[in-house]
Design a protein around this ligand. Structure first.
Ligand code: ADP
Ligand code: ASP
Ligand code: MG
Length: 636
């Protein structure tokens, strides 16, 4: 018998009629010979309604009571769906997270799943019942039965975690669109359906604002190799497959918790080019990266921090072998940025640094767990390692450090995050740049994963057919605000202290950028650090940081809530020059100024003015030829 876990989202169970339609579908699946576990969300916008109710009573309700409240939404929909099935003559039973035994960590409103007790579900399946489970909720312990929720959108995560725990044959996520599209069809009407997408790509897209899947659901599917598909609740179309690599065997204990960090990655074949004091207006990044792409040079990390006066600093990394050419392009273009109409830009200058290495931690377990980036910075600081550049996504934190520190950084990070590293894979060529350059990058890159018995180096993509288009999807996040801390003393441990303070207040930080420009204040070299946080937490974060300023010795803390983050994602951009240039050119053509840039191997994110967010999204969707002529219907 095939065991399938299906999940239906809020819109799909938004009314009695829709619940009945879902019941009909389930019956068909059972009749076709499948055993079924069904996870449902709360009906329609129930959860939003409950949040609103709470805020009518308290501006800052206790997180425990919020979880008590929000978890009720799913209890309604599971009971109704079980009744609808019973009406059709199909035996069914509804179960809450507590009744199943979905055990989470003791963290209200953002709990990660520790383990799922499957005995009761299995018993009911064997009795021939469809088991209907409340998504989004769990309990913190089997004794206290404290109700926890997984975070908004968390029913997807419940479903995939259940599928993994039950050893299901597949997990199907039914929603109100036909599958995963190249963009949110509510913002980009000509977005196209994808047949398939890799887990890595989906993880980035999901964490950058594509709420069609909860990123933690994608991570679990990847870790346990669970076949995952996203499809429409209204049609029989095949939807979008999310493709996982074959995983290493992994325990179901500590499901989401054992590994908040899944991998430590390094790349020593990196050199940095920084352009300081370039003008802050639309088109500058497009021009610079356009020239670089014109020379067929591939850039890796790109970072642009917040502007100062009316100039910006842009830094990027390239493999060592092409540093000279990249530097030449930057030098050639610099005079253009020293125009008389831009007096403050007259000191535009190019800096290069070839003895650097990139070190990163990766894993969706860090989403909503602000302590993890801070832990990375603290670990590096304790080892006396200074961080030159930081670039983050929600699922990855990358730091550029001195190449000489790379081995030590790998060792302390693998130790800190309990990741096995095999000395055979440590970068031995660190001191030999010529070798590194001539042998190509692969020699100098590696990835250590938790369950590795042998380290396989950089993971190859599984679905090679997906690599032909550099950009697979675009996303917009309009719920972020930007904070900037001026004049942070440039010494090991500062980033660690700043982000630890925020982590202690459970404020999650995304997209951290450290400026290139070093200013000497009272004899102390300083840099700015800018980052984005959820809008709801921005003022609190600003206040906390301002209070810590006298102790930590930095300057002002600036807040800008009028921002949007627009991103492109695609595994095909690895090793393909010109992708960043195309994105920046699309923004420039629409007179959209880029305020911040960060990248990872498979994504580029830009912070722009909030008002221009949707235009920016549409422009880049168009620029990468993602638009099609079929319009997707989106229900109200
Ligand atoms: P559910 O209640 O089924 O979990 P959600 O509202 O959480 O549904 O997620 C589905 C919605 O995600 C779609 O209606 C769509 O507006 C939005 N969305 C954002 N980005 C994408 C994307 N790339 N592909 C498909 N849908 C997307
Ligand atoms: N009902 C919850 C929410 O609205 C969980 C979910 O729908 O996935 O966030
Ligand atoms: Mg959802």
């Amino acid at each position: 018998m095939v065991l399938v876990v299906q999940k239906y989202g809020g819109t799909s169970v938004g009314s009695v009629e829709r619940i009945q339609t879902v019941a009909q579908r389930l019956l068909k699946t059972v009749k076709a010979g499948n055993s079924l576990v069904v996870v449902v969300s709360a009906m329609g916008k129930t959860t939003d309604g409950l949040v609103k109710l709470a805020h009518e009573i308290s501006a800052n309700p206790s997180r425990r009571e919020m979880d008590m409240l929000l978890s009720t939404g799913e209890q309604v929909s599971i009971a109704l769906l079980a009744m609808a099935l019973q009406e059709l003559g199909q035996p069914a039973i509804s179960l809450t997270g507590a009744q199943v035994g979905i055990v989470t960590e003791a963290q209200y409103s953002r709990a990660r799943i520790f383990s799922i007790h499957t005995e009761r579900i299995s018993r009911h399946i064997n009795e021939g019942k469809v088991v209907v489970v409340a998504g989004f909720q769990g309990i913190s312990s089997l004794t206290d039965l404290e109700i926890t929720t997984l975070g908004r959108g968390g029913s997807d995560t419940s479903a995939v975690a259940l599928a993994a725990s039950l050893g299901a044959d597949r997990c199907e996520i039914y929603t109100d669109v036909p599958g995963i599209l190249t963009a949110d069809p509510r913002l980009v009407p000509d977005a196209q359906l994808m047949d398939e997408i890799t887990c890595d790509e989906m993880l980035e897209l999901a964490s950058l604002g594509a709420k069609v899947l909860h990123p933690r659901a994608v991570e679990i599917a990847r870790n346990y190799g669970m076949p995952l598909v996203v499809l429409s609740s209204w049609t029989d179309d095949p939807g979008t497959k999310v493709i996982s690599p074959t995983p290493q065997p992994r325990s179901l204990e500590g499901l989401e918790i054992a590994r908040s960090v899944d991998a430590v990655e390094f790349d020593t074949d990196q050199a940095k080019v920084a352009m300081l004091r370039v003008p802050d207006h639309p088109g500058v990044a497009a021009q610079l990266f356009g020239e670089i792409a014109g020379q067929d040079l591939d850039v890796d990390l790109i970072i642009q921090s917040i502007h100062e006066g009316n100039t910006n600093d842009i830094a990027f990394s390239v493999s060592k072998g092409i540093l000279k050419r990249a530097e030449a392009v930057a030098e050639a273009i610099a005079p253009a940025f020293r125009s008389p109409t831009n007096p403050s830009a007259d000191e535009a200058e190019v800096l290069v640094e070839s003895n650097i290495a990139k070190i990163a931690i990766a894993g969706a377990g860090m989403i909503g767990h602000p302590g993890i980036a801070a832990q990375m910075f603290t670990t590096l600081a304790n080892a006396g390692i200074n961080i030159q550049m930081i670039s983050t996504s929600e699922v990855k934190v990358s730091c550029v450090i001195d190449a000489a520190d790379c081995n030590r950084a790998i060792a302390v990070l693998c130790d800190q995050f309990n990741i096995k590293s095999s000395p055979a894979r440590l970068p031995t060529e660190l001191t030999d740049n010529s070798l590194a350059a001539s042998e190509g990058s692969k020699l100098n890159q590696g990835k250590f994963r938790k369950s590795d018995t042998t380290n396989s180096g950089v993971e190859t993509l599984h679905a090679t057919s997906l690599q032909s288009t550099p950009v697979r999807g675009v996303a917009l996040d309009q719920n972020q605000a930007r904070l900037a801390i001026r004049y942070v003393p440039d010494r090991p441990g500062m980033a660690a202290r700043i982000f630890s303070i925020l982590a202690e207040q459970t404020i999650s930080v995304d997209m951290i950028i450290q400026s290139q420009r070093c200013r000497v204040i009272d004899g102390i070299p300083t840099r700015d650090i800018a980052f984005t946080v959820a809008q709801a937490e921005a003022e609190n974060a600003q206040q906390i940081l301002q209070e810590a300023a006298p102790i930590l010795g930095y300057g002002e803390v600036l807040l800008d809530a009028d921002i949007a983050k627009v991103s492109i994602v695609g595994a095909g951009m690895i090793g393909q020059p010109g992708v960043a240039a195309r994105m920046f050119a699309a923004l420039s053509q629409h007179q959209i100024n880029i305020q911040m840039i960060t990248t990872s191997e498979i994504k580029i994110s830009c912070v722009v003015n909030k008002e221009q967010g949707v235009t920016a999204l549409q422009a880049i969707h168009q620029a990468f030829g993602l638009a099609g002529n079929q319009q997707v219907e989106v229900p109200a």
